[in-house]
Design a protein around this ligand. Structure first.
Ligand SMILES: *[C@@H]1O[C@H](CO)[C@@H](O)[C@H](O)[C@H]1NC(C)=O
Ligand SMILES: *[C@@H]1O[C@H](CO)[C@@H](O)[C@H](O)[C@H]1NC(C)=O
Length: 192
């Protein structure tokens, strides 16, 4: 009897410790930011699924449907920009690791999406009114991405060995991709 209750007490203590450890490992605020980044990934896929099959034969109405999907991506980026910026200065090493796990796969996805936009330039040039829409979309996505990645970087602790340099590397990849796509949509020249 005594043994049983001792065991029960020990079990409870263990259980409570495990629960508070899990909670401490990744705070609700950081988890919200991670969920928002996962949502961005879903929206990038939604845009690229439609964009990858687009040809000028589809016409401006289909191009506008892709733009509507892009607007959903902007909504997701804005939400992350708010939620991730609220998490500033609160993270532990475990949280920084968790952030890297979430962010890392989205970077090649984002740079591929920007490359796809560049590859679709000839189709957009051949679609009346499309160039201006895409140019504006790139500009908005760029500024929302800058807001978000600045906050994601500021979340990192200097104590974490690789967080800041890794995020800085992601930032230059994104900046380069945005610069290339902005340049492409600044003119109507088709480079072979
Ligand atoms: C993808 O885009 C379509 C068309 O705009 C929209 O109906 C759908 O809700 C989008 N999916 C997500 C996950 O946003
Ligand atoms: C015009 O677009 C091409 C890509 O199609 C790009 O390489 C070039 O840099 C652009 N020109 C300018 C002046 O931005």
């Amino acid at each position: 009897m005594r043994f049983t209750s001792l065991f029960a007490t020990a079990f409870c203590v263990l259980f409570v410790n495990a629960a508070s450890l899990t909670k401490r490992a990744v705070s609700d605020q950081v988890q919200l930011c991670r969920n928002d980044i996962d949502a961005i990934s879903v929206e990038i896929k939604n845009v690229t699924d439609a964009l990858s099959v687009y040809t000028s034969a589809d016409g401006i109405s289909v191009a506008v449907e892709i733009h509507v999907r892009e607007q959903l991506l902007e909504v997701a980026l804005k939400k992350a920009g708010v939620d991730c910026c609220t998490a500033i200065g609160k993270v532990t090493d475990e949280e920084a690791d968790a952030m890297l796990t979430t962010v890392t796969p989205v970077i090649p996805q984002a740079t591929s999406a920007l490359s796809l936009i560049v590859a679709k330039k000839p189709e957009m040039v051949a679609t009346m009114f499309a160039m201006g829409i895409v140019r504006e979309d790139i500009k908005n996505l760029n500024s929302q991405t800058v807001t978000l990645y600045t906050c994601i970087r500021d979340i990192g602790t200097e104590q974490h060995p690789t967080y800041i340099p890794t995020i800085n590397d992601f930032i230059s990849q994104l900046d380069n991709s945005f610069a290339t796509s902005s340049a492409a949509y600044s003119n109507r020249t088709i480079t072979p």
